[in-house]
Design a protein around this ligand. Sequence first.
Ligand code: SF4
Ligand code: SF4
Length: 433
Amino acid sequence: MTVTYDPHHPMYLDEADTRVELARVFDTCHSCRRCVELCPSFPTLFGYIDRHVDLDAGRMTPFQQDHVVDQCFQCKLCYVNCPYIPGQHESAIDFPRLMLRAAAMRRSSGRVTLRDKVTSAFLGSTDAIGALAVVTVKFTNKVIGAKPGSLIRKAVEVTTGVSSVRLLPMFARERFSAWFTKRPRVRVGKRQGRVTVFPTCLVEYQEPTIGKALVKVYEHNGIECSLTTAGCCGAPYLHGGDMAKFTKIAVDNVAALAAEVRRGTDIVVPQPTCGFVLKKDYLDYVGGPDALLVSQHTYDAAEYLMKVHATEGLSLDTDFDGPVPETITYHTPCHLLAQNIGLKSRDLMKLTGARIKVVQQCSGIDGLWGLRAENAELSIPIGKKLAAMVKDANGDVVVGDCHLANTVITEQSGVTPHHPLQVVARAYGLDTE
Ligand code: SF4
Ligand code: SF4
């Protein structure tokens, strides 16, 4: 048995070795049980072990192990919760990364269906699909905006594996990068920083208004913005266990981003999953001095602003002349919690004078897991729970950092949440369209 999370380790993809390691970790989890309420994986795991009088995780069959792996949506919360993580305990348990190892092992040993491969390839081609979707936006939005469960959506599900019953984010008429490139040059006043914006696919192709709000808020505060040359972070491939494709993307992105950092910028990311990939996954799966440099200089969009606010000699403008809601219901996405940076978006929005009600509940989407047809049944009740909590909080506006989680809130409650930077832009009186 080899305790490794390194895809370059010779035993990483070995099936027998991975299955023994799964049994070791499952055994510890069964006696710990701390994560039982976090996701479906743990109750499924404990249920299989409880069937045996000796409670031996080693008795689980490969099918049962795979069932646990398939129900992990990579929210990372069990890692944040776990006292047995590498570097802190000799057990060196990193449950989410073990699930990725198991997914990669199954893929490499040919135990993945063709349908699963097609879905992973489709969900992973974010840049190609996004670019095409923006050019054909009227048609594309008609198709993906068709009534959930309709014939058109069922046809999309059959061809791509994307659930026909989930609400999907619409595409924009203009890419964020197109707006960024053609906007008039802005001279920032007292310069307080320089950042490279890593817009993420969701902002680039689907919700560029988030990126526009970010740039306007940053420039309003004397922070010069440039645009990265790096493409999609590769999260859909990583979460689908396609380590070869993910690593190729990650290596290219690390090189591009490290060069940008060396030119004197920090990197800011307005979406939590992609921010986590740049900060943590590139370090884990690519490694080396460039990945470390990228990790050390990557910030969540609100995290960077709060750093400016807290740094002596720098200051964030705290005069808000625009509209400020009295109360804000703020949803904290899992991949932001997993970054261990505290609730920086909450702190940023507090500066406007709004009262913040925090809702901490997984959306069940995590990357793109919840959009896969086979996961919809498990994912939707998680989204319903989130929507009920948002409704109970009853804020004047609903805000969340993750555009995918926000789409789940819309799907289950009819309410359209905003990104924290959009709230702050409005509070400054900036044009947010
Ligand atoms: S990463 Fe999230 S979904 Fe996966 S096992 Fe941990 S808590 Fe469950
Ligand atoms: S991942 Fe860690 S905290 Fe969670 S059940 Fe397993 S051992 Fe316990």
